[in-house]
Design a protein around this ligand. Structure first.
Ligand code: MN
Length: 489
C-alpha cells in the first residue's frame, strides 16, 4: 500500500554516495508480525518454524462458509505500537484487498485501506532526526510459496509448494513518510523501529525469521527540489546489509537513467543479493487494481478512549528514554545503543538502583551479556555479583564466568563462585606473587617507581597483567594495584 503524501519539513541532504547535486528520497514500509498466541482471524497457532501446514484452520485456508473473528490481542498490540510511535489511534475499517496468488486461498487479503487504525505518528532516530509515520494498519499475512526449480523463481519452476502456516498471522504494516535521505538513515530507522517493537512487546522483531520485513520506496531528485519523482519499490530485502546495498544501487540506477535522458518506471523490483542488483518485478499495481472495499464480514473497530489510555499507561520506557538513562549512568552513546538493543537497559537501571557500581554493571552489560536470556537475569543477584567483584571477592575474569552461569542456571553468584572454587585469594599469597613479579622485572620496577604518571600507568598495566597470568586470573586487579602503589612509595 503506498499512498504518497508530502514529506514533513526536512532540509535537503546531499547524499555521500550519489553525484553532487542529488538527494535520495526514501520511504519504508515495514511489515511486523505481531507477538500473539493465535492468528489474526482464527484460533490457529501463530508460531514460526512448524512442519508445513500444521498451524492452519478452515479460516486460514479460506474454506467456504468460514467467517473471520478478530483477535483482540492483535488489536491491543497494534495500538501499543501505534502509541509508541506517537500515532493517533482511530476508528478503523477492515478492507478486502483483492489479488490472486496461491499463497492466499481466499483471493483477497484482509487489510485496512482508507481508515487505518494508527495515523500520523513519528519516530525519532538516535541522531535526533524525526521521521514521519503516515500510518500503521492491521492486516493478515499470506502463506508461503516455494517454487521448485533451478532458480527458485516461479517462471521456470516445475511445480510449487505452498505452506499455510503463515497465512493469517497478524501483521502491522508501518508506513513511513518519504522523509529518509540515505541508506544508512533507512538502516537506523529499521533498527530503531525494531527496538521499539521489541520494547513494547509488539513483535519479536526477528528479521531472520521474517517477523519484520522491509520494502523500500526509493527515488532521487535534484538537491533543493521539493517534488517527488517516480519511485520504485524494492522487495525481498531480508537483512539490514541488503537494505543499505539495495537502496544505494537503486538510487544510482535512477540517476544513470536521468543522465541518459530516460526516466525510471514505477514498478516493484526485487533485490538480488548475489548479483548485487535490483531486478524488475511486476509493474506496480495501483490502488484501483486491488479493488478495495470494506469487508462485509467484519465490523469496524472503534477503540474506546478508556482502552487507549489504559494501554498508554502500560507502555514501558521506550528505547530513546532507556538510552538517555544509560547515558546518565555514564555509558557512552555506542554502549547505550548496544545495551538497549539487547534489551538489557531495564536490568542495568534496576541493578544500579540496588547499589551496584554503575561502571561495572555497564561493562558487564556491554561485554559479557550477549547471551540469550540475559534480560531475564535477576537484578538483585546481578547486583550481588557486582558487589562481590568491587569488594575484591571475585576478579573480573571470575565475575564474567559466574555471570554467564547465572544466566543459564539461575543460581546465586555466591553458590556459583563456590562451585567454581573461586575463593578470594589470600592476601598474603597475593602479596608474595606481587613480590615475585617485581623481583623478576627489576628494570620495569625501577621505571615504575621513578616514572611520571603516564609511564606509571603503562607499567601498572604490565605488572597487573603479569600477576593475572601468574594467578590465572584469580587475583583482584584493584588489590594488585593497591599493593603496587604501596610498594613503590
Ligand atoms: Mn501489506
Amino acid at each position: 500500500m503506498t499512498i504518497v503524501v508530502a514529506t514533513t519539513d526536512r532540509e535537503s541532504v546531499q547524499s555521500d554516495v550519489l553525484p553532487d547535486g542529488w538527494e535520495m528520497v526514501i520511504g519504508l514500509e515495514v511489515h511486523a508480525e505481531l507477538a500473539t498466541q493465535t492468528k489474526m482471524f482464527s484460533p490457529a497457532q501463530n508460531e514460526f518454524g512448524g512442519e508445513p501446514n500444521t498451524n492452519t484452520h478452515p479460516v486460514c485456508l479460506g474454506l467456504p462458509g468460514t467467517l473471520p473473528v478478530v483477535n483482540k490481542k492483535a488489536v491491543e498490540l497494534s495500538i501499543r505500537i501505534g502509541l509508541a510511535l506517537d500515532c493517533d489511534v482511530q476508528r478503523c475499517v477492515w478492507a478486502r484487498k483483492n489479488y490472486f496468488y496461491p499463497d492466499m486461498p481466499k483471493d483477497y487479503q484482509i487489510s485496512q485501506y482508507d481508515k487505518p487504525l494508527n495515523v500520523d505518528g513519528s519516530l525519532q532516530l538516535p541522531s535526533g532526526q524525526v521521521i514521519g509515520i503516515e500510518r500503521a494498519h492491521m492486516e493478515e499475512d499470506t502463506g508461503k510459496s516455494t517454487h521448485i526449480g533451478d532458480s527458485g523463481r516461479i517462471h521456470d519452476a516445475g511445480y510449487s509448494l505452498v505452506d499455510y502456516n503463515r497465512a493469517g498471522v497478524p501483521l502491522l504494516e508501518i508506513v513511513s513518510r518519504p522523509d529518509i535521505r540515505s541508506a544508512n538513515e533507512a538502516k537506523e530507522y529499521v533498527e530503531e523501529l525494531r527496538s521499539i517493537l521489541v520494547a513494547v512487546g509488539g513483535s519479536d522483531g526477528k528479521m531472520e525469521e521474517g517477523s519484520m520485513r522491509v520494502d523500500a520506496n526509493v527515488s532521487v531528485r535534484p538537491l533543493g527540489s521539493d517534488k517527488l519523482r517516480t519511485r520504485c519499490e524494492i522487495k525481498n530485502v531480508n537483512s539490514l546489509r541488503s537494505l543499505v546495498r539495495a537502496i544505494d544501487y537503486e538510487a544510482k540506477r535512477h540517476i544513470a537513467l536521468y543522465d541518459n535522458g530516460e526516466e525510471p518506471t514505477q514498478e516493484t523490483r526485487h533485490w538480488d543479493e548475489a548479483a548485487g542488483k535490483t531486478r524488475s518485478g511486476r509493474s506496480k499495481s495501483d490502488a484501483e487494481d486491488y479493488r478495495y472495499f470494506a469487508d462485509p464480514d467484519l465490523v469496524p473497530i472503534d477503540p474506546s478512549d478508556e482502552w487507549i489510555e489504559e494501554i498508554r499507561s502500560s507502555l514501558p520506557k521506550l528505547p530513546r528514554q532507556l538510552r538517555q538513562g544509560l547515558l546518565n549512568l555514564g555509558a557512552n552513546s555506542e554502549a547505550a545503543a548496544l545495551i538497549t538493543n539487547r534489551g538489557l537497559a531495564p536490568l542495568v537501571e534496576e541493578t544500579v538502583a540496588k547499589g551496584a557500581d554503575a561502571k561495572q554493571v555497564l561493562t558487564h552489560a556491554e561485554n559479557n551479556l550477549a547471551i540469550e536470556g540475559a534480560a531475564e537475569l535477576d537484578a538483585t543477584a546481578f547486583a550481588d555479583l557486582v558487589k562481590m567483584q568491587t569488594g575484591g571477592e571475585l576478579s573480573a575474569t571470575q565475575a564474567k564466568t559466574v555471570l554467564a552461569d547465572m544466566v543459564t542456571t539461575g543460581k546465586t553468584p555466591a553458590e556459583l563462585a563456590k562451585q567454581h572454587g573461586f575463593e578470594a585469594m589470600d592476601s598474603s599469597a597475593l602479596e608474595a606473587t606481587v613480590d615475585e613479579i617485581i623481583a623478576a622485572n627489576p628494570d620495569e620496577w625501577q621505571k615504575f617507581c621513578e616514572g611520571d604518571p603516564k609511564v606509571r600507568g603503562k607499567l601498572q598495566g604490565f605488572f597487573t597483567g603479569q600477576v593475572m597470568k601468574a594467578t590465572r586470573g584469580q587475583a583482584n586487579g584493584k588489590l594488585v594495584n593497591q599493593l603496587l602503589q604501596q610498594k613503590s612509595g
